[in-house]
Design a protein. Structure first.
Length: 566
């Protein structure tokens, strides 16, 4: 046995919704009260208060590099009044908020009563609102209605931390539509036209980005909201009318079924009619399930949107596109002004430019900085126009010097290696030129020969070779090698090249295990007595396990078994 107990003779209910029909947004408040028998009541006065919630946010560090946002809400009263409830219909009130966006809450109670009811809504507008910050990634989006029909327009209210450029995407398990809109403020609205493709539901994803500048960095946020759509034309109204409400056993009964949609009869409809014992159906609490959701199931969201600013750079240095290895090149033809600066920026791609546009004469200029590798580059240009015309062209240029050092060294070295730092020297200034060349290894390298000597005489474009034997010390991870060369008698013609080499561990990696016992009367275990002799000449990591298991001595040759206890 169960029942409902209503402690008061009237219970008040309200519904607060945003209104965007006028030039300035406003609020609409609907009031109604019911009695113990669910009948509408009236005659009492309702006390109504309208508040706008403004948030104050503090970013708090709760640990090293760990932050959280704490929001403190302030309720600002913007309206307070009394209104008598209408006897038959809902009482509808329009609340003017002077176009100020934000989150609003309405609090109502019957005059002289104790029970209160409230409702809140997010109102969009072309001004800045104080919204809470809940994280670094997302923000809330609110719809102006719970359900939409094709042909209507959904108004989305943003609860964003900033304004900017918004990429709006309507999605389900695929992207249905997308467009870009500028949001002047963090509380601006976005309007989405509803179509039949959005039925029965769709998801709106808003990727909001704020461009950076000299005084602020770019930022991005994500927001998502679901749109529920109904299509009344898909519902068929089926009305079954029996000719007789009572029929004798074995008598023939009859009835008529009327099918309409939006008041119009539907022709050529297929039907299935059945009759089942009511007692059986009640025993199993069986009810006819909704038909439309069986054929038009709600769609899950299955489109992923990722962060973009993590991989965005406003500009780049040439080092950012350096490829693996040292692409030194084979020399060129032009002689430029020599600089007392080591060449170290070796690029496989000299430059990449986009966004170039021709002027009225069909011309466009571009500038770039040449890399340090002495070689020839091919320039390729691809062009297109708005009316779908395309074209391409190619050219070449070379990077060259009067005196050139071409290092001929490996891509990496290992601890303990004995290496020869070799360089090829060419000059194209004078014949019978003597070249003074030196090699200065960095820390961690011990030279075994002279680091500087003369080579030549060398004629134009005739190569000369420089060699320096050296030893690599242990315990270093990289080393810099600097080559310098100059023509004797002409100190202005020079070249310098600096190379950074990674130092790796020895190439042979061996995994071994060993076993030892700790005597019962001793409290010290000397690991070096049980370790293999080769361990003293090797580098690496090791782990040790102590166990009292009686099986461990038997597993000496099967080191690595799971039967170990530490």
């Amino acid at each position: 046995m169960y029942g409902h107990l209503q402690p008061y003779d009237q219970i008040l209910g309200i519904d607060l919704t945003p209104i965007y029909k006028e030039s300035e947004p406003s609020l609409e408040l609907k009031l109604g009260s019911i009695g113990p028998n669910n009948q509408r009541t009236s005659g009492k006065e309702a006390v109504i208060e309208i508040f706008r919630i403004e948030a104050r946010t503090v970013k708090e560090e709760i640990g090293p590099g760990i932050y959280r946002y704490r929001n403190f809400n302030e309720h600002i009263k913007i309206a307070s009044f009394n209104n008598e409830l209408e006897p038959t219909n809902e009482t509808t009130l329009n609340i003017n908020v002077n176009g100020n966006p934000g989150r609003y809450v309405a609090v109502c109670q019957l005059k002289g009563g104790f029970l209160r009811c409230s409702d809140s809504v997010l109102l969009a507008g072309e001004a800045r609102a104080r919204y809470p910050i809940r994280g670094r990634d997302g923000f809330n989006i609110s719809t102006d209605k719970e359900m939409y029909q094709p042909g209507e327009t959904a108004t989305l209210a943003m609860e964003a931390p900033f304004g900017g450029k918004a990429w709006v995407s309507i999605e389900t398990d695929k992207v249905i539509d997308q467009f870009v809109v500028d949001l002047k403020n963090n509380a601006s609205k976005i309007e989405v036209p509803i179509s039949k493709d959005h039925y029965p539901n769709a998801f709106v994803t808003v990727y909001l980005i704020r461009p950076g500048g000299q005084e602020k960095i770019p930022s991005e946020r994500f927001g998502r909201v679901e749109l529920n759509v109904i299509r009344k034309e898909l519902n068929l109204d089926v009305n079954v009318v029996m000719d007789k409400s009572q029929i004798e056993p074995r008598d023939r009964g009859s009835g008529t079924i009327f099918i309409t949609s939006n008041g119009k009869p539907i022709a050529n409809a297929d039907l299935t009619v059945m009759a089942v014992d009511e007692a059986v159906l009640k025993l199993g609490d069986w009810k006819l399930p909704p038909i439309i959701p069986r054929f038009y199931r709600e769609r899950r969201h299955n489109v992923a949107t990722y962060h973009a600013l993590d991989n965005h750079i406003e500009g780049f240095e040439e080092e950012d596109v350096t490829e693996k290895g040292f692409l030194i090149g084979g020399g060129g033809m032009d002689m430029g002004q020599q600089k007392k600066q080591p060449r170290s920026n070796f690029l496989a791609r000299a430059f990449w430019m986009t966004g170039l546009r021709t002027d009225q004469q069909g011309r466009v200029e571009f500038k770039f900085k040449a890399p340090d590798n002495l070689t020839s580059f091919r320039v390729t240009a691809v062009a297109q126009t708005k009316d779908h015309k395309f074209g391409k062209g190619q050219s070449h240029f070379e990077v060259s010097k009067g005196l050139m050092i071409e290092p001929a060294i490996p891509r990496f070295i290992r601890n303990g290696d004995e290496i020869v730092f070799r360089a090829i020297v060419r000059q194209k200034v004078i014949d019978n030129a003597k070249v003074l060349i030196s090699c200065k290894p960095g820390e961690g390298i011990t030279s075994l020969e002279k680091e500087q000597y003369e080579i030549g005489p060398l004629n134009k474009n005739v190569p000369g070779t420089f060699n320096l034997r050296a030893k690599v010390k242990k315990g270093i991870t990289n080393v810099k090698v600097l080559f310098k060369a100059s023509i004797l008698g002409n100190s202005k013609i020079t070249d310098e090249v600096e190379i950074t080499l990674p130092v790796l561990r020895p190439g042979i990696i061996q995994r071994t295990g060993t076993y030892g016992k700790v005597p019962q009367n001793e409290t010290e275990f000397v690991f070096s007595k049980s370790a293999p002799e080769i361990w003293g000449q090797s580098e690496g990591d090791f782990g040790i396990t102590f166990s009292r298991s009686p099986f461990l001595p038997k597993l000496q040759g099967i080191w690595g078994t799971s039967d170990r206890r530490s």
